[in-house]
Design a protein around this ligand. Structure first.
Ligand SMILES: Cc1ncc(C[n+]2csc(CCOP(=O)(O)OP(=O)(O)O)c2C)c(N)n1
Ligand SMILES: [Mg+2]
Length: 430
């Protein structure tokens, strides 16, 4: 382990072992009245948080060994498991790259999914990665209703707003979608991302749309760790920017306190589901292990600030809660953590051997093929649009020459559409 990872792991062990145990309680007992959290549920959420943590540690290990290629982690943000717990699996989610515990917690609830395997396939750029096929590491899963995003910060917010709009519009039009009529969209992002014009525009669109009485069932979740790489976000900023906007119900929670995060997330989710209007949840987090594995955060942060964040580690906080509430002993919690670590390490060994994409052609295979001649013809066209795809194909033979194998070069419906778009009354769309 590198120094930062070792210090974090060590902190968890020492703090958990030093926690004074409370009287033993049955798993079904409620351990926090405000959130209704039971001991058994707290154990499940701890498992999701610890799994996300071990995935971070494994990603750094794999990177050092030259077998992993992505080390931006979720450490310090594991309170987002509570957001997943407050929502339904069928609520579409568009996630921040630090929403690892959300991903694990949701995937855990979908039979047949293995979040450990899926994340590690992404980290090692394995061609078998179900989301990017070995091209990037992103959180996504169709059966878990997690729509994959790129790392272009805030780029997923407009998409989330569009989906929230479409959900209720589909219901009004009696159209079937993959989601229930009362689904809500959840969209998480960082505090610096919240300043991006794309985020500002998307959130404004959500409020503006809802203001006109159009349903907008979206929950914005800002995972506020107070940093955008090396640039601090003032601790008062997110509330200043989004806390008092009419039409945007605002919630705030300490993301290092699992029951508090659960209460706030449940209240925010319930609000959006019932009102079909937007809400904003600020989840206060810490950023542990730096921005990414390659980051030397001591170059721009004071040692005292880094140490203060470590003391707020959310995984350790949940472990302490389990012990003080009498749900488990310190030894049991540490053993659970170690068992999860062993499962992650075992899977990391397996996925490390999986095949990668090995050529530019393989990487770009899913992209629509470049058809510069076709584009040029269309750009220079002075006659009306083609009347049908068949006509187009006859006029442009390269449209009617499908590739030999779908994996080598997939068919390109967008190229055909380019000839017939925008729709013309006489045009039959493919
Ligand atoms: C559009 C865009 N600009 C810049 C970047 C480079 N970048 C990657 S992460 C990051 C900071 C994001 O900070 P924040 O939103 O607070 O998320 P955090 O990493 O702190 O969780 C930036 C600027 C990017 N990925 N996309
Ligand atoms: Mg941040």
């Amino acid at each position: 382990m590198d120094d930062g990872a070792a210090a974090l792991d060590q902190w968890f062990r020492a703090e958990t072992a030093a926690t004074t145990p409370g009287p033993t309680r049955a798993p079904q007992d409620t351990i926090d009245t405000a959130s209704g959290l039971t001991g058994a549920h707290c154990l499940e959420l701890f498992d999701s948080q610890a799994t996300s943590r071990h995935l971070d540690l494994a990603a750094r290990r794999l990177g050092r060994e030259g077998r992993g290629y992505y080390s931006i982690g979720s450490s310090g943000h594991e309170g987002n498991a509570a957001v997943a717990a407050a929502l339904r699996v069928t609520d579409p989610a568009l996630l921040h790259y630090r929403s690892g515990a959300f991903f694990v917690e949701r995937a855990r609830r979908v039979p047949g999914l293995d979040p450990i395997r899926d994340v590690l396939l992404g980290v090692t750029a394995a061609a078998a990665d179900p989301i990017s096929g070995g091209r990037h590491k992103v959180f996504g899963s169709k059966p878990a209703h997690i729509i994959p995003q790129t790392s272009t910060i805030a780029s997923h917010l407009p998409r989330a707003v569009g989906l929230a709009f479409a959900l209720d519009r589909a219901t009004q039009l009696h159209l079937r979608t993959e989601w229930p009529a009362d689904a809500v969209v959840v969209c998480s992002f960082g505090d610096a991302s919240a300043n991006h014009s794309t985020a500002a525009g998307a959130i404004n669109t959500a409020i503006h749309t809802a203001h006109q009485g159009v349903p907008m069932p979206i929950l914005f979740v800002c995972e506020d760790n107070g940093l955008g790489i090396s640039v601090p976000t003032p601790r008062t900023w997110i509330e200043q920017a989004y806390g008092t906007r009419p039409g945007l119900k605002y919630f705030d929670a300490d993301g290092t306190d699992l029951p508090a995060a659960l209460s706030a997330a449940a209240a925010a989710a319930d609000h959006v589901r019932a009102q079909r209007t937007p809400a904003f949840l600020r989840l206060r987090t810490v950023r542990l292990l730096g921005h990414a594995g390659s980051d030397v955060e001591s170059a721009y942060r004071r040692a005292a600030d880094i140490a203060a964040d470590l003391r707020r580690d959310p995984v350790t906080a949940t472990a302490r809660l389990l012990v003080t509430a009498g749900v488990a002993t310190a030894d049991e919690v540490i053993r659970r953590y170690d068992e999860i670590g062993a499962r992650v390490a075992e899977e990391a060994e397996k996925v490390g051997l999986k095949a990668k994409l090995s050529s530019a052609a393989e990487v770009t295979a899913p992209l629509a093929p470049a058809r510069p001649a076709l584009v040029r013809t269309d750009a220079l066209r002075t006659t009306p649009l083609a009347h049908s795809l068949a006509d187009s194909a006859a006029a442009h033979p390269n449209l009617s020459a499908p590739p030999a194998s779908p994996s080598a070069a997939p068919t390109d419906p967008s190229a055909a559409r380019a000839l017939v778009w925008p729709p013309h009354p006489m045009v039959r769309l493919p």
